[in-house]
Design a protein around this ligand. Structure first.
Ligand code: AVI
Length: 344
């Protein structure tokens, strides 16, 4: 349950922006199916969150970002818009902007005029989608050298030699870090620190701990879009395993687990059901659950600790007035005091 969706290899060649990727090899497909089977047979059962993102799941994710209850996307965009100059001041002289989970590159594009990078590297599992996005960006920003990298970076980022080794700014928005379990988040951030070297920096969007009511509503909205997003995972599993989950046998369950500081999403059996695939059968009692996603929420203290453990020095936090979400700048080496946001 530790794979962050923004960077995970979506199992049926789709990303959460719904674009096609290269076909996996037979062996990769077999490995995926074996992992899926072992998760479904585990007690309690689990399915990796990347299965939320087939074509329909990607559209449902886009839709849920528009919901009044789901504040992260909107709040992050407002923070970036309001503090763009300060962000540019803090994240100033980094020549290379490396956008992790770039998708359609829209979030990074908002930074271009202020940050003025020489080189923009867009990384996403879907190379095809990136090429289309970069062709558009090249026309509007002819002075920025652009590179598209189709890569699942969740287990380590591989940058080609053409990407300057100095002055790297890693941009990881959308609270995608929250879909990693903390030890994996630490490993991931530590890999970036190694990759970037001593003069690199990080610009991170992270969802903050808040009133459980707000969190619970964000992951269980009135219209039922998040419920459809979660249930749709079963259809994706059916296609991948030739399984016979009936979506109507399951209900969406989500809640803030305060002890773990995470919102959990599960699917709960409405009745006793048997599910079959290949030569396997799994019985679920009524009320039994499949764990489908964790979304970790941080405080400044817990995020500072994580960043420091991973070798980063948090320098500035920008938040909204309700402290719902944070955009954080961290440096590989101890920062000189600059910028006007709240010091970490
Ligand atoms: C993509 N990720 C940061 C979202 C989150 O909030 O963890 C996925 C999501 N799950 C339910 N709603 C949104």
């Amino acid at each position: 349950m530790s794979t962050p969706i923004s960077s995970a290899a979506r199992a049926d060649q789709q990303t959460h922006s719904g674009r096609a990727t290269a076909l996996p090899t037979d062996t990769a497909h077999d490995t995926e199916r074996a992992k899926l089977t072992s998760g479904l047979l585990a007690q309690p059962a689990r399915v990796a969150p990347k299965y939320l993102y087939d074509t329909l799941g990607s559209k449902l994710f886009e839709a849920l970002c528009l919901l009044p209850e789901y504040y992260p996307t909107r709040t992050e965009a407002a923070i970036v818009c309001e503090h763009l100059d300060e962000i540019a001041d803090a994240a100033g002289p980094y020549g290379t902007l490396i956008d992790l989970g770039a998708g359609n590159c829209a979030k990074a594009e908002r930074l271009f005029d202020a940050l003025k990078p020489d080189h923009y590297v867009a990384v996403d599992i879907s190379a095809d989608f990136l090429h289309t996005a970069l062709n558009r960006l090249r026309a509007s920003h002819p002075n920025i050298h652009m590179t598209a990298l189709g890569q699942d970076f969740s287990h380590g980022l591989q940058l080609p030699d053409t990407v300057p080794a100095n002055g790297r700014l890693f941009f990881y928005p959308g609270s995608s870090l929250g879909n990693f379990a903390p030890p994996d988040a630490c490993r991931f951030l530590g890999d970036l620190r190694q990759n970037g070297g001593d003069d690199s920096a990080l610009l991170l969007g992270v969802d903050l701990v808040k009133d459980a009511k707000v969190l619970n509503a964000a992951y269980d909205d009135e219209l039922g879009v998040t419920s459809a997003f979660n249930l749709n995972l079963l259809r994706h599993v059916n296609r991948t395993l030739h399984a016979n989950f009936d979506v109507r046998d399951w209900r969406h369950v989500s809640f803030f687990n305060e002890t773990e500081s995470r919102v959990e999403m599960h699917l709960q059996a409405r009745r006793s059901v048997d599910v079959c695939w290949e030569n396997t059968r799994r019985h679920f009692d009524e009320g039994e659950r499949i764990h489908t996603e964790n979304s970790y929420k941080y405080t400044r203290a817990s995020l500072n600790k994580l960043l420091q453990q991973a070798g980063w020095h948090p320098s500035v936090y920008w938040t909204d007035e309700d402290d719902k979400f944070a955009v954080v700048h961290a440096q590989a080496s101890l920062p000189a005091p600059r910028g006007q946001g709240a010091r970490a």
